[in-house]
Design a protein around this ligand. Structure first.
Ligand code: ATP
Ligand code: MG
Length: 455
């Protein structure tokens, strides 16, 4: 436990700890922030653990919010002296968890006066360290050693810890992906035996951990999640991809291995990593084979349906679902012959120009995760499409009804009645303008309307 690690915490966190100490309470920064600070990473938030009861914490600070008062958490609001911004610090009373049922986090907790009791309830050794300026790092389970060895290891007996809260099984892989750590053998073997308990965990909690895993620097750890039987419970569609071979010149990996490589190649945004994960999700179901090899006709359309189902099941928000569905639908666009500028403009109008930058990321990654066959040509085609896109944007060419130089109102002022016919006229004009952008002038379009009405 002797160590000389010094953590530089924000002034406000120090002020909170000192004030608690002055009033006779123990207090430390704890958990993820201690881990990240020792690793030299800037922590997202600084959590504080204390022997003070929530009421005592509230009495000591001017501004507090009851964030999770039943679990002993009070948010203390402090002003950042440099920026003047208000910042929240979660201050949680030392606690032991109540009885666990169905492998889920308990709803009841009991407060304790002992820091070590609080540390024992935490999931992994690297997350079970506390620190303050007077005592340095408090490390009862050799979290520092595990940080040095790059190991994820349960606090206590792994089987018991996963039995208490099965989400920890997925968290182990999530931390191993964020930190590029291996999972300790005993912990791993418990994961293999107990992965099925994840079925009792709420979709919301699974989503948070899966999302962090996918958006980490090592999304390829999904392979470990598969091998340990985790995805079988939380995302069985992924197992089907891992078990589907692709015998075709364009490919050299199974659908699952290909998917992992696509995830590694796209930026770590939620939409891109989930679109990468799901772009070929329907391949196992659409696979057919003939003398030319395996085919996956219609996998993008069916993929849209499957992606929606999976993301809804995991309780994703509507924006993410809509964007991922569009990317799954369009990921195959631009295969084979390079489209002409005119044909690209029409496709861009259908796709929605806002989608293109993300489409381009997926397309590039998808190509790099295929075989070498025609790779240079595919990448060169993508560059051509990017050039078209820049050109269309630069010229502010019309891509949708809202960019058309006439509106429904204009047409009504020229004698058309509101209704179906007017809608069809606008679509006709858009089609013409997509063919030839120069037509997008008010007078020209009104002339075309007249002609069409008289024909
Ligand atoms: P992140 O940087 O992703 O927030 P974190 O370590 O802070 O990582 P949190 O989920 O914010 O993770 O949890 C904060 C701390 O609470 C953890 O470091 C750990 O000590 C403890 N903890 C969180 N979830 C669990 C759990 N399911 N079982 C046991 N301890 C947990
Ligand atoms: Mg945290």
């Amino acid at each position: 436990m002797e160590n000389k690690i010094v953590i530089c915490m924000p002034k406000a966190a120090r002020v909170i700890i000192e004030k608690l100490n002055k009033n006779g309470h123990e207090a430390y920064i704890v958990g993820g922030c201690v881990r990240d600070a020792i690793l030299g990473k800037e922590p997202d938030d600084w959590d504080i653990t204390t022997s003070a009861k929530p009421e005592e914490v509230k009495a000591l600070f001017r501004r507090t919010v009851d964030t999770g008062i039943q679990h002993g958490t009070v948010t203390v609001v402090m002003k950042n002296e440099e920026t003047g911004d208000l910042e929240g610090y979660e201050v949680t009373t030392y606690r032991v968890d109540g009885k666990y049922e169905d492998h889920r986090r308990p709803t009841e907790v009991t407060f304790t006066a002992s820091l070590i009791e609080d540390m024992k309830r935490r999931d992994f050794t690297i997350n079970a360290m506390a620190y303050n300026d007077t005592e340095g790092v408090i490390d009862h389970f050799d979290g520092i050693g595990d940080l040095e060895r790059k190991v994820i290891r349960c606090v206590g007996v792994p089987t018991e810890r996963f039995d208490e809260d099965a989400l920890r099984i997925l968290r182990a892989v999530r931390f191993s992906a964020q930190l590029d750590f291996v999972i300790d053998e005993e912990t791993k073997s418990a994961i293999r035996n107990q992965a099925q308990f994840l079925k009792d965990i709420s979709a919301e909690r699974i989503q948070v951990e899966l999302d962090k895993l996918l958006r980490s620097n090592h999304p390829e750890k999904m392979r470990d999640a598969y091998q340990m039987g985790i995805t079988k419970i939380v995302l069985p569609e992924f197992d089907a991809m891992m078990e589907t071979e692709q015998n075709h010149v364009h490919h050299m990996y199974s659908v699952g291995e290909h998917t992992i490589r696509v995830m590694q190649e796209v930026p770590a945004t939620r939409q891109l990593r989930w679109a990468a994960l799901l772009h070929d999700i329907a391949k196992p179901r659409t696979k057919t084979s003939d003398e030319k090899g395996d085919h996956f006709y219609g996998h993008n359309q069916m993929g849209v349906e499957m992606a929606e189902k999976i993301l809804r099941r995991l309780k994703f928000d509507n924006d993410t679902i809509a964007k991922v569905k569009r990317l799954v639908l369009w990921h195959d666009y631009g295969m084979g012959e390079c489209p002409s500028l005119r044909s690209f403009r029409k496709s861009l109008s259908k796709m929605g120009a806002d989608l293109f930058p993300e489409y381009a990321h997926i397309k590039r990654a998808d190509t790099l995760a295929q075989s070498m066959y025609l790779r240079e040509e595919k990448l060169a085609n993508l560059e051509i499409l990017k050039g078209y896109y820049a050109q269309i944007l630069e010229a502010q060419q019309c891509l949708s009804l809202k960019d058309l130089a006439v509106t429904g109102k204009d047409l009504m002022e020229h004698g058309m009645q509101p209704g179906k016919e007017l809608g069809e006229m606008l679509s006709y004009l858009l089609e013409q303008v997509l063919e030839n952008p120069e037509l997008n002038e008010k007078d020209t379009l009104l002339e075309m309307v007249k002609e069409r009405l008289n024909s």
